[in-house]
Ligand binder design. Sequence first.
Ligand code: NDP
Length: 284
Amino acid sequence: MTRVLVTGGGGQLGRSIADRVDEARFAHLDVHILTRAALDLSNLPQVQMTLAEFDPEVIINAAAYTNVDQAEDEPGRALNANEGGAGLLAGFGRRLIHLSTDFVFDGAKGGWYVEDDATAPLGHYGRTKALGEAAIRAQIDNHLILRTSWLYSAHGHNFVKTMLRLATNNADMRVVADQVGCPTSAHDLADALLRLVDTDHLGTFHLAGTEEATWHEFAVGIVEAAGIDVEVEAIATTEYSTRAPRPANSRLDSTAIADAAGIRLPGWRTSLPAVIEQIQALSD
Ligand code: NDP
């Protein structure tokens, strides 16, 4: 059995990992999934004690400060979790599988982003995630940094759940049509992470859904898949102000991990219907 510790167990990725872990194909993994209440990365003695007790061979770091707008007003908290937490875990020398983000890029590239493209985050969240990547690389070779994007799932807060709520309540749906990225099912990502545990792939890879969309295209796809007849108005980013700027293009090219490890996440049109079914089942 490979002992695996998962941080951030209360988040949408952590909970998506918990959904998968009992499947027979992962029976060779002894997975401990800890929420922030049980393992807070800002609590050094607690982290030291937990690692000493469970002695994991692999750590999956799904913990992060993820509120992109609030990070502008709480820079210290975001930095502590995203740089400090990542660096702290790397210091234990266990294989570390860490999640990073498309928001490390500024969106100015014309095409899809590959791993070697220069990072240039637009906001504080992206900056802290880029610093987290650097803190890991500086300390441990045995790491996988996986940049993902636009996560959605039946758990936590995400765009799919927000769109379904607005559509069901007949609220105005005005969605930006000039930001493009790769929606990624956290359930697909969780499956991929568990498959990567027992591999020896190293380095930084992009791992996102393999089909692009603008937020507007994605919103239209969501209401269509849910069978809700509602109009979704396309607007420009300039008409929807947010505290932190977003990259206009953050499409992640996930070819390298497909070539190296045979892992390719489905596109959102494939994965979305099952997630919507799960969301609807949970709200019944
Ligand atoms: P969530 O915000 O849903 O979950 C993150 C979890 O980490 C929360 O349960 C949070 O707890 C916990 N956490 C925060 N700070 C600490 C800490 N100091 N110690 C321990 N736990 C902590 O995020 P996701 O599951 O959506 O994201 C998973 C990963 O994927 C993150 O690394 C994120 O940066 C990355 N990512 C996410 C994207 C997305 O669209 N969501 C896109 C691209 C990358 P609490 O809520 O109590 O603070």
